[in-house]
Each structure stands twice: as structure tokens, then as C-alpha cells.
Design a binder for this molecule. Structure first.
Ligand code: ZN
Length: 435
């Protein structure tokens, strides 16, 4: 079912016309009220009046996260303090924090976006949603909470932490929908099992709505299986709004963007040219209805593609594909874009191989050489040459078909690859710079 059927199933030509009208308004709001946009547009020789079609958006300059950091705290606000209902802020672990303001209307729109996802997993005003995302400056908790309230659900604001109590609440209060990060959903599932329950059969839970961190397909399947639920992927970012920019329906195969509120472009991360639907590149988002912090052509650094084929669920809003990673992580190998996450996905399909791996890039003449070092699991008979050769050839074939790049494989003994206490160093690039 739908939460806002007239919007979610709007005929495509009407939807594009609505986007154009709203994009003009959003651009005017940005141009008239945020000095950064006025300066950038003037410097590029464009004004909101130049927007005659959605394609004209490509003539406008981009904004990036650093612009928001530089504008800290309120430089990107298009509204005065009296109209700002709430502010959220990013953690600032990788630099100056960014602050994003929301008017009452912005918060209501946010709730609507998330509530559409609740409908996608079969939720309604009869549902009980347990919000185990952290509450606070982080947008997860309050974003999911707003969605539950907009739908008219019973909302249980457990926030994150105290996992045994989470499990007890889920069971006793008959939670239908759990909203949290994928890693926390898995921990809750495992904790329930450790406590002697089988949540898949004993708990009434029927769906999880998970986002805010990357998760492989295998991890999503594991969560869905252990809890016996439909898995719904939610995409969002605090600079744009929070969770709910896009949400996954039960047909899977991508995440529906709330296209009445956001306009997406995919650009080539090198040339910044707009790419046609279906091609992979960097996601660029323009907000269409945000009052306090309108963003025109915000570069998300997330790599995905737009899926424009109609969806069997009846929603006309286009989907984005599951994220491949971030442009910061992208490797260009013999002209092909490769993400460590793609290699990781292939590795997880081989039970003989442990999760530790390292990618070593070097030059062999004019060509890039890629070596993937993987460890076998302790049970694997590493001294049996035929078994090693067989594993190498199967892994090599699978990587070649997934990445379109040949990878040399080196299989090493368990616990050979260096462990790190922090973020694992997965890629070692020894290539000399080409001129
Ligand atoms: Zn759909």
C-alpha cells in the first residue's frame, strides 16, 4: 500500500512538471537568501530564470560538503532564527562539523518521506515501530521517529544501546517494524537468539528499515533470515535531510527516491558531466522543497546509478541502485572504476576465504597490475596444491566477471595479513603517477 498514493504513483510527465516548478522555487530561495549561491550563480553567469527545463540544471555550479563546513554554523540557512524549528549536526569526525536547519515544514516533509517507507514494508497506523537508531544530533533516531508519527504508528523510542532490553521490548510490546543501522539489527537478532528466542518465529516483527552505514547483500539476507522479516534499505544523508531521501519497496532491485522532494543527477566523478540513466557515477542531489537549507547540485560522493524502468509496486518515482561506495574509495584500474566493496562482496561468497584481504596495485609496463591477497579459513587444507589452484581459479573467474578487470590472486595462510585496530588498510597503491 501507499502512504501518499497521489504523489507516489503520479504519472511521470506530471511528476517532471512538478519537479521543474519546485526546482525553480528552490533555486530562487537559495539565490535570494543564501549568499554562497548568489555568488556562485553570478560567477557562473546563471540565474534561476535560466532554468527552463530540468536538463538546464546542468548549467548550474555544484556545492560540496566543504562549502557547508566553511559556512559553519548558519551560513547556508535561507531562513531567520524564528522560522528554524530544529538543527541537526554531523559528527565532524573528519573535519569541521556541518549544521543543518529545518523549518516546521521541512520536518513534516521529512516525516512523510520516511512514512512512505513504512508503507513499503506493509506498515500502517496499526503498526508498532521500534526506533533503535541513536537519538540526538544524528538524524537517524528523530528521522525514523517522525516517519512513525506521520504514519500514525505506535512509536517506541528505545534509541540505541541496552540490547537485551531492546529484545525484551520487541517481544513484549509486539514490535512490527524495527528501524536501526544494519549492524545493530544483526546484533539485536544475535542477542535475541543468545537469550534463547527464535525471533523469526516467536516475535511478531515483520520488517526492518535499515540505513546509515553500508551493508553487503549477504548481511542484509542474514538479518532478514534471523528476524524473519522484509528488509528495507533506506538512503539519506544529514546534509540533505536524513533517512528517507530514498526507500526500498518490497520488489527490491533499488531504492525509490522521493522525487517530489529531491531531484537526482548522476555525474562522471572525473569530468562532472551528467550521465544518462542507468550509468554508474556520483549521485548529485537538488532539494525541491527544503525551506531552511536548500541545496542546489550537492555532490554526495556516493556512487550509484538511476534505475528508470517502471517498478511492479506501481510507484513512478525512479530508483537509485544500492550504493557501490564513495568516490573517495574508488580505484581506477586500466580505465575501469572498481570499488573495494565489489571485491569484498565477491570474497564473502567464498566460505573457504576469511574476511581479511588486501588489494595491491602496481604498474607492469604501461598496464596496472592488481594483486588480491586473501587468507583461507583455518580449516582449509592450505598445503593441498590442487585445492588451492581450484580455489584461485574459481575466485579469479568470479572477480573477472564482476569487475571486468583481471585480478591476480595470492592465497596466504590464516592470520598473515596485517590486522589494524582502526579502519583496515585494504588498498595499497604502489603505482607510479602517470603523466
Ligand atoms: Zn517499487
Amino acid at each position: 500500500m501507499y502512504y501518499q498514493p497521489e504523489i507516489e504513483t503520479m504519472p511521470v510527465d506530471e511528476l517532471r512538471a512538478l519537479q521543474l516548478t519546485r526546482m525553480r522555487e528552490s533555486m530562487r530561495n537559495a539565490y535570494e537568501n543564501v549568499p554562497l549561491f548568489r555568488e556562485r550563480f553570478d560567477a557562473a553567469g546563471v540565474s534561476p530564470d535560466d532554468l527552463e527545463s530540468l536538463e538546464d540544471l546542468a548549467r548550474f555550479p555544484f556545492v560540496v560538503k566543504q562549502d557547508m563546513r566553511d559556512a559553519y554554523p548558519f551560513g547556508m540557512f535561507a531562513r531567520e532564527n524564528k522560522d528554524v524549528a530544529r538543527i541537526h549536526a554531523s559528527s565532524g569526525t573528519t573535519g569541521q562539523a556541518t549544521v543543518v536547519g529545518h523549518t516546521a515544514s521541512d520536518l513534516a516533509n521529512w516525516g512523510d518521506c520516511f512514512a512512505r517507507g513504512i508503507a513499503m514494508v506493509g506498515g500502517s497506523e496499526d503498526s508498532t515501530i521500534q526506533v533503535s537508531y541513536g537519538y540526538g544530533l544524528f538524524t537517524g533516531g528523530l528521522g525514523a521517529h517522525a516517519g512513525g508519527e506521520a504514519m500514525g504508528c505506535t512509536v517506541i523510542p528505545t534509541s540505541s544501546g541496552n540490547t537485551k532490553r531492546q529484545v525484551q521490548m520487541m517481544k513484549d510490546c509486539k514490535t512490527d517494524i524495527l528501524a536501526c543501522t544494519p549492524s545493530y539489527a544483526l546484533l539485536i537478532a544475535d542477542t535475541a537468539i543468545e537469550m534463547g528466542y527464535d525471533p523469526a518465529t516467536e516475535f511478531p516483527i515483520s520488517a526492518v528499515i535499515c540505513g546509515a552505514e553500508p551493508a553487503s547483500q549477504n548481511m542484509k539476507d542474514e538479518i532478514a533470515e534471523k528476524l524473519g522479516v522484509q528488509y528495507c534499505d533506506v538512503y539519506g544523508l544529514s546534509e540533505i535531510m536524513g533517512p528517507g531521501v530514498a526507500m526500498e519497496c518490497k520488489e527490491r532491485g533499488g531504492i525509490h527516491v522521493a522525487e517530489d522532494q529531491f531531484y537526482c543527477e548522476i555525474v562522471d566523478p572525473e569530468t562532472l558531466e551528467v550521465l544518462p540513466d542507468g550509468e554508474w557515477g556520483e549521485l548529485v542531489i537538488t532539494t525541491l522543497v527544503r525551506e531552511c537549507c536548500p541545496l542546489i547540485r550537492y555532490r554526495t560522493r556516493d556512487v550509484t546509478r538511476i534505475i528508470s524502468e517502471p517498478c511492479a509496486c506501481g510507484r513512478t518515482h525512479r530508483k537509485i541502485d544500492y550504493l557501490r561506495g564513495r568516490t573517495d574509495d574508488m580505484l581506477i584500474i586500466r580505465g575501469v572504476n572498481v570499488f573495494p566493496s565489489q571485491i569484498e562482496q565477491v570474497i564473502t561468497e567464498f566460505p573457504e576465504i576469511a574476511t581479511q584481504y588486501q588489494i595491491i596495485l602496481s604498474n607492469k609496463g604501461p598496464l596496472d597490475r592488481v594483486e588480491l591477497q586473501v587468507e583461507t579459513v583455518p580449516e582449509f587444507p592450505i598445503d593441498e596444491v590442487r585445492k588451492i589452484e581450484d580455489l584461485k581459479s574459481r575466485l579469479g573467474a568470479e572477480l573477472k566477471s564482476n569487475l571486468q578487470v583481471a585480478v591476480e590472486i595470492k592465497i596466504v595462510e590464516p592470520k598473515t595479513i596485517e590486522r589494524s585496530m582502526g579502519k583496515a588498510k585494504r588498498v595499497i597503491d604502489l603505482r607510479e603517477a602517470k603523466n
